[in-house]
Write a protein that binds this ligand. Structure first.
Ligand code: GLA
Length: 717
């Protein structure tokens, strides 16, 4: 049992962590501890009240909500820190609540989070029930425990049991109070084409918010973050990692105050509000956390295992398609002959899936028109899409296609027929981005329409792969469909509509693999990963820059989610050494190619065939192996990592010299996970190494040139 409830204490145990809740005066669950396993006598004391802090109860001056470590916090009732839940009673105008604890229970498994993506697998759940007598609302906190991966997930559910109307003004799914200390924050920040670069900053006193207001988890700020002790490194020190199983606007809030650090993750208070009428309930999306006493690397590996085992579709750990994608080769200039020639050449070199990207439907000859009209362009496909796809298959290759279902060009039949189906404040002109508007996914009629048109478009056609894109962020986030009092729910209900569509799509096309994309990695999050086996990591396919994006992504996401293409961006594949470097950068995730295969020399095609063979030899490690970072490209001018399988019999070591190193630094790449009892052979050179030698490290010396890679594939003999 992972959850033990007694009259004065609740403990949650995972394989390597302990979480303790203390019942203060038998009535209030107070957060006591989260970290490595310790004994009862090592548990900390409960914070006592301070001057200027309101008493916990009229007859108890010893404690205050102001500095008690809380499991969850409520606005306006003596806790002056950032709050987890703020509920407005519309009948009185008061936003003060004080949820009193009623009971704790636990059960095997978890509750379904209807309409939202959530983690699934072997687990146990703790449920804490509270009630606020004035608003007559009931709060349930859920802690779902994934023992083996050391992950605890959290969300809340709020039910309006009374007759008043309530409005949720702030909703955080997870709240954790840690004691005072010197902490660092690792967050993944960036911009379009440079998403998820890892930054490590000291946490100073005050309130720090990482958030997206873009209606997408965004290129700019990813919901994943870590809080570590100041001295933690890849192999040692305390590291707490957090993420949110959601793809829209979010808030990660980190506040260091007089008595500790409050960490929260949720929908926040800027892009979200929710009307709760009498009898109605609201579930927040799920947030997850893990802890490792063995540093940042282990916290990442916990998250990787958790994502692989409980979030990603079951097809995750199967062999992936190696695609040739048409985008960077021809952009919108799709024509049947070129596409079929691509498919034929791709098949010859050993690529197994040809993907026709944007430009195949409606009036979509550029990004000005056609989005929303999911019918193959008759001039391009006079015999229909089905006949074309059959021809592709006859070349001995699978077929994939690009879609962007949530969007519409004003120059489209759909918009002309239904201008009321886009997000907009009816009194203002909606802003365009990439010449497109955002469909009102909060409107069930719109969702149903998209289902019908995708169903009709692809019915009976053997499509093996879909790339689902979302190419702008959401401004004018007002649903014309929702009633005035619910307009503030637009962004949340937009996501519910998107998840509904994804759920339907997966059932309708169960054999096709789904790759997600939002101008590259603008929705690289656990919500999307619930439906998509992999995500297009970035539109930036220049290998040198990809390294930062892949390194940053590795903090929270397994390699198996990072779709990596070798492309000819800036002619980077036209010489042998660069082609090799691009491949070595790309084996950090499922491999693909993206250039004009009709325009490259036979020598390039021969090299690609060898790369594919080599990639397939490593694929199992890439999809399911344990990942260890060794060098950080943002500080070391190079990136190095290794991937190992569970029994330590296979290890892939990669060193990528990204930037020239005039100091010619000597790096020792220590494979601490190697087994001292095994002897290994590097299959690429046939050199032999003892396990202890690998533990001591492989020495490489950087040189003044840049953009080259070294790889070692060690197999135990
Ligand atoms: C986005 C994607 C690209 C490509 C284009 C097509 O930018 O990230 O890979 O699919 O859309 O319009």
């Amino acid at each position: 049992m992972s959850v033990i409830i007694s009259s004065d204490k609740i403990t949650i145990e995972t394989k390597n962590t302990l979480y303790v809740i203390k019942m203060l005066e038998g009535v209030l669950p107070i957060h006591l501890y989260y970290g490595k396993k310790i004994n009862e006598d090592q548990l900390p004391d409960i914070n006592k009240t301070r001057s200027f802090s309101p008493y916990f109860k009229i007859d108890n001056k010893e404690y205050s909500f102001d500095n008690l470590k809380q499991e969850f916090s409520f606005y306006g009732y003596g806790d002056f820190r950032a709050t987890a839940l703020r509920v407005l009673d519309l009948s009185s105008g008061s936003d003060i609540t004080n949820y009193a604890f009623k009971e704790a229970r636990s059960f095997l498994g978890r509750k379904e989070l209807s309409g939202l993506p959530y983690s699934e697998g072997e687990c146990e759940t703790l449920e804490l029930v509270y009630e606020d007598s004035v608003t007559e609302s009931e709060l349930h906190l859920y802690y779902t425990v994934f023992y083996d991966t050391d992950v605890i997930s959290r969300y809340f559910s709020l039910k309006n049991n009374g007759n008043k109307e309530l409005k949720i003004l702030k909703a955080m799914s997870l709240s954790l109070d840690l004691p005072n200390g010197n902490y660092d924050l690792i967050s993944l920040r960036g911009e379009y084409a440079h998403e998820r670069t890892a930054h490590r900053d000291p946490i100073y006193g005050g309130n720090h918010r990482i958030m997206s207001r873009r209606g997408a988890s965004s290129h700019h700020f990813n919901p994943f973050f870590m809080v570590t002790d100041r001295n933690a490194d890849e192999e040692s020190g305390d590291a707490y990692a957090f993420n949110f199983v959601y793809s829209g606007s979010f808030l990660d809030e980190i506040e260091l105050g007089q008595d500790g650090l409050r960490i929260m993750t949720g929908l926040g208070d800027e892009c979200f509000s929710y009307l709760l009428k009498s009898g109605e309930s609201f579930n927040s999306p799920e947030a997850v956390m893990t802890y490792s006493e063995n540093g940042i690397g282990q916290a990442s590996r916990n998250m990787h295992s958790f994502v692989r085992e409980t979030i990603l579709p079951k097809s995750n750990n199967k062999k992936r398609p190696i695609v040739l994608n048409s985008w960077e080769a021809v952009y919108f200039n799709i024509n049947q002959k070129v596409m079929l020639d691509f498919a034929e050449e791709a098949a010859k070199v050993g690529i197994d899936t040809f993907v026709m990207d944007d430009g195949w439907f409606g009036a979509r000859r550029n990004d000005n028109a056609g989005l929303g009209d999911w019918t193959p362009t008759p001039e391009i496909f006079p015999d229909g899409l089905g006949a074309f796809v059959e021809k592709v298959h006859s070349k001995g290759i699978n077929f994939g296609i690009w879609i962007e279902p949530e969007m519409v060009n004003p120059d489209s039949n759909l918009y002309r027929a239904h201008p009321e189906w886009v997000l907009r404040d009816e009194k203002r002109e909606p802003l365009r981005s990439r010449h497109q508007l955002v469909l009102d996914m909060a409107n069930p009629q719109v969702v149903e329409y998209i289902k019908e048109s995708l169903d009709k478009c692809f019915d009976g056609i053997d499509i093996n792969y879909f790339k689902w894109d979302m190419n702008r962020n959401i401004s004018n986030a007002i649903s014309p469909y929702l009633p005035i009092e619910r307009k503030g729910e637009t962004q949340f209900r937009y996501m519910l509509g998107v998840y509904e569509l994804f759920g339907w799509f997966k059932k309708r096309f169960p054999d096709a693999m789904l790759e997600n994309c939002s101008g590259g990695g603008g929705r690289y999050d656990l919500g999307m990963m619930k439906y998509s086996t992999q995500i297009w990591t970035s539109d930036n396919t220049e290998a040198k820059y990809r390294v930062y994006i892949q390194h940053g992504s590795s903090y929270g996401y397994p390699m198996s989610t990072m779709s990596c293409h070798v492309s000819n961006c800036h002619g980077q594949c036209e010489d042998e050494r660069m082609l090799d470097y691009c491949f070595k950068v790309a084996v950090n995730g499922p491999l693909g190619y993206e250039f004009n295969i009709l325009k490259v020399d036979q020598s390039v095609k021969d090299a690609i065939s060898k790369q594919i063979e080599e990639y397939r030899a490593y694929e199992e490690l890439i999809l399911n192996g344990d990942f260890y970072r060794l060098k950080n490209p943002t500080v070391d001018r190079c990136y190095a990592y290794y991937i190992a399988n569970a029994d330590k019999s296979e290890i892939l070591l990669s060193y990528l010299q990204n930037n020239a190193d005039p100091d010619e630094t000597e790096h020792i790449l220590k494979i601490s996970y190697a087994s001292p009892d095994l002897n290994y052979r590097n299959t690429l050179t046939n050199e032999r190494f003892s396990g202890s030698a690998l533990k001591d490290g492989i020495t490489v010396k950087a040189d003044a040139s840049e953009r080259y890679g070294l790889m070692w594939h060690f197999v135990a003999e």
